[in-house]
Each structure stands twice: as structure tokens, then as C-alpha cells.
Write a protein of this length. Structure first.
Length: 270
């Protein structure tokens, strides 16, 4: 039942949303409450009842820089110091409706981020504006058809390039890196501008992989070296580019987001 429902109702575009609807007892099959284990043979009548959303008494006023937008999707710049989604009021998800144009398509829905960036990470975030778009974009990520490039400032001497394949949470993980520039530093020995190409999408993957190498990201309070934690400047990790084929128009999209000034102060312009 959990697998079948995705895509049937535009208002429930993802597996997690469908699972929540089942858990909240909002789905019936032939008049009976459905569960994640309900088996479908075909020909059943499926009903979805969603509680009316009460309009929020508060509106999040938070300006976002929009780098690409059409009726299907949008790509925005995520600043540091804000969650992408969650139970907090101040999230990118809550700021999207005030920053994006409403979609004119029949399955338009509240804009929704389709991947994650850490609280302290800056850069490009892809969002869907329709039920079909959210499903298609999630599928592109699942099939590894979205190419992502990050830049980080790392500590210590590094090889010119390489591949890191240490498992994360007992799951396969793979990150490729290329050292673009290195500068000497009194405090850190070396600081490096590193281009990163994650082939998998594990939680904190790039931060963990670089820390495992002995080259943690500058400003990383969780995976950094003791005595080398940079306070007050944030995490030097930036989601620089997204590249994929638009799932509805067939357009080849490649969007970039310039390095923040704190990077260029150390390494100069790309």
C-alpha cells in the first residue's frame, strides 16, 4: 500500500508524505482504514481525507535569492544558519511560498525542497512546485541523475586529487575531490580550496569523509580537529552547482552559485 499511493494523489507526492497519511489514518480502501501493510489486488476504491490546513497566524519574512524558476521547479541560494525544513518556524521550506511565483499547473502545491543541505552549509537548493515535479526530482536524485559540485576550505596538506570510499553508517559512500588551490597558514599549516563531487548522498558525507582523511573542513565544529576549530565564521562548505535534465521540458540545466566572500578572501576568485 505504501508503495502504490505515491503519485496517485497530487497532495501526497512523496513516500514519506504517503506514509504519514497512512499513520494518521487518512486513507481508506473500500471504506476501511488502510495501513502500510494493506495489500492491493487491483480495482479497490482508495479514499484520501486530508485535514484542512489552518492558515498560520505568522508569516516568515525571509528573502531568498532565486537563481532559476519556472512553473515546475525553482533553484534558490540557501544562506548559512537556517534549516532547510523541520519543526522550526524559520526554515527554507516556510520561506519558499513568499519568495517563489505560484505555479499555474493543475497539480500546483506548496513548494518543497527535494534534497538537504546542512544548517551551516550555503549554496544551491532544488525545490519542486507541483506534485509531479516533486516526485520526478526525487526520482532523479534516487537514480543519481543530478550532478552536484561543492567547494570546501580544508585544513592540512592534501593530495591533488582522489576518491574517498569509507562507509558511512555502514552504508557505501563515495566522494571525489580535487585540490584547486593551497595557501600557507600560520595556524593551520595549509588551507585548501577543494572541489568536491559526492557520488552518494549520505548524511554529513563530505564533512565525515574529509575529516577521516585528516583534512577537516574549516569551521566544522562536529568533525574538526580539537584545537583547530574556527569560531564565529561558520562552516566553509558551499553547494556550488547543480546539473540535470529538466524532467518536463528536456532542457539541460546547469546552475552555479558564486563562492561566498569568506572563501575569496582566503583563496581569491575562482
Amino acid at each position: 500500500m505504501q508503495e502504490y499511493g505515491v503519485g496517485v494523489f497530487p497532495s501526497v507526492p512523496t513516500k514519506s508524505a504517503w506514509k504519514k497519511a497512512l499513520k494518521k489514518k487518512r486513507v481508506k480502501v473500500n471504506g476501511h482504514l488502510a495501513h502500510t501493510s494493506t495489500f492491493l489486488k487491483g480495482g479497490e476504491k482508495i479514499e484520501l481525507s486530508l485535514a484542512e490546513e489552518k492558515p498560520s497566524s505568522k508569516t516568515l519574512i525571509f528573502d531568498l535569492k532565486v537563481l532559476f524558476e519556472d512553473d515546475y521547479l525553482a533553484i534558490i541560494h540557501k544562506p548559512a544558519g537556517i534549516l532547510v525544513s523541520g519543526n522550526s518556524f524559520k526554515t527554507i521550506a516556510n520561506a519558499l511560498p513568499q519568495n517563489l511565483k505560484p505555479s499555474h499547473l493543475s497539480d500546483a502545491t506548496k513548494p518543497q525542497p527535494v534534497h538537504r543541505l546542512d544548517y551551516a552549509t550555503t549554496g544551491l537548493l532544488l525545490t519542486g512546485k507541483t506534485g509531479a515535479s516533486i516526485r520526478k526530482l526525487n526520482q532523479l536524485f534516487k537514480e543519481k541523475k543530478v550532478q552536484k559540485v561543492y567547494y570546501a576550505a580544508t585544513i592540512g596538506k592534501m593530495p591533488l586529487s582522489g576518491k574517498i570510499t569509507d562507509p558511512i553508517d555502514d552504508k557505501p559512500a563515495e566522494s571525489h575531490f580535487e585540490t584547486i588551490r593551497s595557501v600557507s597558514s600560520k595556524k593551520y599549516g595549509y588551507l585548501n580550496l577543494v572541489k568536491l563531487d559526492p557520488k552518494t548522498g549520505r548524511r554529513h558525507q563530505l564533512r565525515k569523509h574529509l575529516s577521516t582523511m585528516g583534512n577537516p573542513i574549516l569551521g566544522d565544529k562536529t568533525y574538526g580537529k580539537e584545537g583547530f576549530i574556527l569560531m564565529g565564521k561558520g562552516l566553509y562548505l558551499h553547494a556550488y552547482s547543480l546539473e540535470f535534465i529538466h524532467p518536463f521540458t528536456g532542457e539541460h540545466l546547469k546552475v552555479t552559485d558564486d563562492l561566498p566572500e569568506r572563501f575569496t578572501k582566503i583563496f581569491g576568485e575562482l
